[in-house]
Design a protein around this ligand. Sequence first.
Ligand SMILES: Nc1ncnc2c1ncn2[C@@H]1O[C@H](COP(=O)(O)OP(=O)(O)OP(=O)(O)O)[C@@H](O)[C@H]1O
Ligand SMILES: [Mg+2]
Length: 545
Amino acid sequence: MARDTPLSAAASAAAAPFASQAAQGRDPHMKQRSLAQLRHGMAFKFLIGMGAMAATVSLAWGLFYLHAFGFDTPPPSRTGAFHLQLIFFTLLMFAAMAATLYFMLRRMVLLPIRRIIAGAGQMADGEHDSLLQMQTKDEIGRLAQAIHRMGQAYIGSQHELHRQKNEYQRLFELVPCIISLQDRQFRLIGYNREFRDHFDPTLGDYCYHAYKGRHEKCENCPVEKTFADGQAHYSEETGRSKDGATTHWIVKTAPMRNEHGEIIGAMEISLDVTHRKALENKLAQSELKLIQAAKMATLGEMAAGIAHELNQPLTVIKGAGNYFMKKIRKQQPIAPAVLAEMATEIDSHVDRASNIINQLRQFGRKSSTAAAPVQINTILQNAFEMFRQQLILCEIAVEWRLAADLPLVLAEAGRMEQVFVNLLLNAKDAIEAKWRDGPVAQDETKRITIDTQVQANQVTARIRDNGVGVPAHCRDRVFEPFYTTKKVGEGTGLGLSISYGIIKDFGGTIQIDSVPMQYTCFTLCFPIKEDHDRQGCPPIAADSG
Ligand SMILES: Nc1ncnc2c1ncn2[C@@H]1O[C@H](COP(=O)(O)OP(=O)(O)OP(=O)(O)O)[C@@H](O)[C@H]1O
Ligand SMILES: [Mg+2]
């Protein structure tokens, strides 16, 4: 039975890692066969060596015997001289055998092993082919080859590891997002190129200092939340870049865990949205300009009604003036009671005219985007006031059904007024179109209904008219910019699309419901501003206008 010698065991041990690493993709049975051959060869040589030694010892004893007694001599008597000779000769034999063994071991094992050790050292220093010079075909030579291949495989895998590490490092550096890694004390333990380009970081600096120049942790820090619950968190942040410019970025965080699953840090990935913010601001500015332009257009459309509205007080004042001049020309006195009555009349009509002008000035004023708690009933009434005269001229009756104790909503009064003015103007135009083009039932009268209600935590306002109505296939289109069925010069088609944007800005909704030639109803809903007190608004007497 073949037993493992130390050398063959070393060869197996040396070849084992190689078998798993270097020979990837080769036949595993072939590897096992060559290892078994290596072990068998070494055992065989060991047996031959032992046999040769036994033969040498036997031969030496035979020669000694012949030299001492010759072929024909009977065995000697055991004298003291014989014993001494025997001991001396045995010692001599052992010394000779030991010397021979030592020289054989030194030549065949020790020196080659030293060369292998030196070669392995050189390989570690980067001289990869030093072990290849040991070309002998014995076990030592094969051991050197095995170690060489193992070394090559190890070096190859090290190169691959380095290559992968460099690739990942390069990718991390080049990711087009700002990335920073932070420990649990919010200190920077790593960051990529984009982060360096934006800010002026140093490793170990606190993140709030690196990102925002702060000296204490930010409120609502997404990284802190990630440390607390191990989840990803989002936020939108503003700070200063290294050139001093205001920078906006959106953040997503993720926890970094060790092999036991404990959170040891956090990764913060940010996307610079400064450019997008600037565009949004520009867009908001353009939107405001558009709203303003549409307002001016609405004022233009209302010009006839406004002129009539102003004409009435002016006519009264002019009449009073004419009366005074006539009396003065005729040098007739004016009774104090008449004078007082006329003065009161003039005063009230001047108030009425200046009221109209104030309302127009307010309507024409540039809108802001600041929302405040407002009372929808009041806004509806203000919008209606600008129309009152126009609706009287067109013989349109307005029915009011306002909720008495309507909660406030968060909006901007001027912009909301613009919404209602457009809805009323559209209602008036639709009614006029129906009465112009027909058909109209004999007992039908021109009518607009305005109502407000509280429904499921929302304030609802409805404006309903009995005009031409909107066909089903056009209902979705009425909110599109520039969609209009009016003649050129009568409508821009912007009114409802701007109204839609304004309502959305305040978290509200607008819906249309209509049956052609019967009615159109616009329903507006706004979330109630809970924190503020309700400001009741007394219902207006039905059927005004
Ligand atoms: N109450 C309504 N009844 C019937 N059709 C309506 C009503 N309100 C709006 N529409 C239809 O929707 C279209 C778009 O209305 P929108 O207010 O956006 O623009 P416009 O009134 O045509 O012009 P602008 O308001 O810019 O002066 C109108 O042209 C009309 O066809
Ligand atoms: Mg309109």
